[in-house]
Ligand binder design. Structure first.
Ligand SMILES: CCC[C@@H]1OCC(CO)=C1C(=O)O
Length: 214
C-alpha cells in the first residue's frame, strides 16, 4: 500500500512556483522554520489573516529573506499543504515496519495520524488551508482522495487476509473512515484546539472497527 503523491493540475500562473532548489543544510533548516511559522499562523488566523510579513516577524527574519525561499504567499501556501500530505507516506512506512497484520496496521496508522493532527503544526496549518481552499482550483492538491485510496488498499489487504467482516466493501469502509476521521479532527479542532482529539478518535475507531473486523 502507498499514499499517492498529491497531484495538482498546474500552477496558478507566474510567481507561484517554489523557491530555488537549495543544497545547504542551513538553508533547508531555514525553509523548515519558515514552513512551521507559516503553518502556525495559517492555522491560527487563516489564509486571509496571514501575511508574509507576519510569517517573517514570527520567525525573526526579514520579508526579503522569506521571499528568497518562497517567492509568493501562494508558494508558501502550496509548500505548507504539500508538507502536510508528505507526512503520511513517512508515517505509513514507520507503521508498516512494525510488521502488524493489515487490519492492525490500519488501526495503528490512524491512531498515529490522530496524534499527528493533535501535535504537528504543519499538519494543522495544511488542514485549515484545505478547508479554506484559498487558491484557484487545481493549484492545491485535491483533499481526502489520498487517504481514501490508501485506506481502500489497506482494507483490501485485510479482506484478502480474512480480517474484514464478510460483505463489507473496502471502498465504502475507506470513505466512511476518512469522513469519520475528518469530522472527528475538525470538531476537536473547533471546540478544544484538538486537546481531546485522540480520546474522540478512539471512541469513533472502536465503534467503526467493531463493524469492520471479521
Ligand atoms: C484523514 C481524513 C482526511 C484529512 O483530514 C483533514 C484533511 C485536510 O484536507 C484531510 C485530507 O485532505 O486528507
Amino acid at each position: 500500500a502507498s499514499f499517492p503523491a498529491p497531484e495538482h493540475k498546474g500552477s496558478a500562473g507566474p510567481g507561484v512556483g517554489r523557491g530555488p532548489e537549495l543544497q545547504q543544510e542551513r538553508a533547508v533548516q531555514t525553509r523548515l522554520q519558515i514552513l512551521d511559522a507559516a503553518a502556525e499562523l495559517f492555522d491560527r488566523n487563516g489564509y486571509a489573516g496571514t501575511s508574509v510579513k507576519n510569517v517573517a516577524d514570527h520567525v525573526g527574519m526579514t520579508k526579503g529573506a522569506v521571499y528568497f525561499h518562497y517567492p509568493t504567499k501562494e508558494a508558501l501556501t502550496i509548500a505548507v499543504v504539500e508538507a502536510h500530505y508528505n507526512r503520511w507516506p513517512v508515517l505509513l512506512e514507520a507503521v508498516q515496519a512494525k510488521g502488524l497484520g493489515p487490519m492492525d496496521t490500519l488501526v495503528e496508522l490512524l491512531d498515529q495520524t490522530a496524534t499527528t493532527f493533535r501535535d504537528d503544526v504543519v499538519v494543522q496549518g495544511g488542514a485549515r488551508l484545505q478547508m479554506e481552499q484559498p487558491l484557484p482550483e487545481g493549484v492545491l492538491p485535491e483533499p481526502y482522495v489520498g487517504w481514501i485510496s490508501l485506506l481502500e488498499q489497506l482494507l483490501t489487504e485485510a479482506e484478502e487476509a480474512g480480517e474484514l467482516r464478510a460483505g463489507v466493501s473496502p471502498s465504502a469502509a475507506a470513505h466512511t473512515l476518512v469522513s469519520t476521521f475528518f469530522g472527528t479532527q475538525h470538531i476537536a479542532a473547533r471546540l478544544n484546539h484538538r486537546s481531546d482529539l485522540t480520546k474522540r478518535w478512539v471512541e469513533a475507531r472502536d465503534l467503526l472497527f467493531y463493524a469492520l473486523r471479521a
